[in-house]
Write a protein that binds this ligand. Structure first.
Ligand code: FAD
Ligand code: DHB
Length: 401
């Protein structure tokens, strides 16, 4: 089998890339390890930043997001029992975020793929990459017990943190940072906590109150990443969420039956470089962030926007300018999102090893960022998503555009 772009992975990165390429008349084949039901049913991210909203709309797959998503102009940061509003729209020049779950984005993108008359090859096994330093890279895999080979012009490695693509890049530098924080995430049948998300810092730990629909809520608690979910009864979860998010005026989070719960670890990770020969990696395959800044899916979307522009220019004019600088353009933005996610994580989580001085500094930082114009602007412009800077790193004009 032959195609122009062989895409490994049908997560947000792979599916957005396929649609962007399709709109430019470029053919692709998507190989996915899991089943369609699995990728359309896994609960992950919730927040799409303005940059991603724009990409989905430009691609013609923003219709359901626009109808069913909850658009927010701001969010709340809470500490010492006081809630402070961050007016994201005001401090970012009119930008917004939307609560629209990742699996709904996946459903929309898979539907768009089939409406384009294209396929996704699900349930593939043993994917390996070959000849990536030649003009005819190949992907070998097994499907229904048969060995298959896909010959491509380029390979897009969109296969997440555990996929094989990154490992095919020789001499890469991997930067990893672990946190002693984990998140316990729940879905509950309960009323929304507020009109916008609440990020709460408390002596007992961080809590995040998010939402899905008017009757289904998504909330998170900072926990020990190695804790066992069986130690967390529904009563214990609600009592911790209540303690960490109640306000001095007596407000308490609405509770209800919990229908799913799980604990996950967090890490910051960056792979330099994101390209080798005819292989380009994107999204979680190339970098991961702790979820506090809500950046993972959003970074995946902007990486593949850069990749699709580079590939389009190659086919339209033969220029490899953007492709040659793919890693440089992406990493410049990735490092800023890594910085923001690290900053948000340290600003909001409480460390059991903190002394009273360190907690005092953290509370002062929270006060500063939620009350000074400079602090509010910093949070807002990063949370709604920084622009892609297409120019060379040394080119001052590109910093401004
Ligand atoms: P993935 O979604 O991991 O997709 C990779 C795909 O490749 C998968 O379908 C996988 O099955 C497939 N694959 C892997 N190996 C192979 C193989 N060998 N062969 C073929 N296919 C393979 N991000 C945000 O932007 N906002 C948020 O609010 C947010 N909240 C989050 C909350 C939680 C609880 C979690 C867990 C994550 C959150 N994220 C958030 C992060 C976001 O979910 C990820 O960053 C995003 O899924 C990355 O997309 P991706 O396409 O790069 O990778
Ligand atoms: C959600 C997840 C996040 O990581 C975040 O920062 C905000 C919201 C969510 O799943 O709703």
């Amino acid at each position: 089998m032959k195609t122009q772009i062989g895409i490994i992975g049908a997560g947000p990165a792979g599916l957005i890339l396929a649609q962007l390429l399709h709109l430019q008349g470029i053919d692709s084949v998507i190989l996915e390890r899991k089943s369609r039901n699995n990728i359309e049913g896994t609960v992950k991210a919730g927040i799409l930043e303005q940059t991603t909203i724009d990409i989905l709309r430009e691609m013609g797959v923003g219709g359901r997001m626009d109808r069913e998503g909850h658009f927010h102009n701001g969010n709340y940061f809470q500490f010492n029992g006081q809630r402070r509003h961050i007016d994201l729209k005001k401090y970012s020049g009119g930008k917004q975020v939307v609560v629209y779950p990742q699996h709904e984005v996946i459903i929309d993108l898979v539907n768009a793929r089939y409406e384009n008359g294209k396929d996704i090859i699900f349930d593939v096994e043993d994917v390996t990459l070959h000849d990536i330093d030649t003009n005819q890279p190949k992907i070998r895999y097994r499907k229904n017990g048969l060995d298959e080979e896909l010959v491509c012009d380029f390979i897009a490695g969109c296969d997440g943190y555990h996929g094989p693509s990154r490992l095919a890049i020789p001499d890469r530098k991997e930067h990893v940072h672990f946190y002693q924080y984990g998140w316990l995430g729940i879905l509950s049948d309960s009323a929304p906590a507020a009109d916008e998300l609440i990020y709460a810092s408390h002596d007992q730990g961080f809590a995040l109150l998010s939402t899905r629909t008017s009757i289904l809520q998504r909330h998170y608690l900072q926990v020990d990443p190695y804790d066992d979910i069986n130690n967390w009864s529904d009563d214990r979860i609600w009592s911790e969420l209540t303690a960490r998010t109640k306000t001095n005026d007596g407000w308490q989070v609405p509770d209800g039956p919990i229908n799913s719960k799980g604990i996950f670890q967090m890490r910051s990770f960056v792979c330099e470089t994101m390209q080798y020969g005819r292989l380009f990696i994107a999204g979680d395959a190339a970098h991961t962030v702790p979820p506090t800044g809500a950046k993972g899916l959003n970074l995946a979307a902007t990486d593949v926007k850069v990749m699709s522009r580079g590939i389009t220019e190659f086919y339209q004019s033969g220029s490899t300018d953007v492709l040659d600088r793919y890693s440089e353009i992406c990493l410049r933005r990735v490092w800023k999102a890594e910085r923001f996610s690290y900053f948000m994580t340290r600003l909001l989580h409480t460390d059991p090893k903190f002394d009273s001085f360190e907690r005092g500094v953290q509370l002062a930082e929270l006060d500063y960022y939620t009350s000074s114009e400079a602090g509010l602007s910093t949070i807002a412009e990063n949370y709604v998503g920084l622009p892609i800077q297409w120019g060379n790193v040394g080119d001052i004009k590109s910093l401004i555009n």
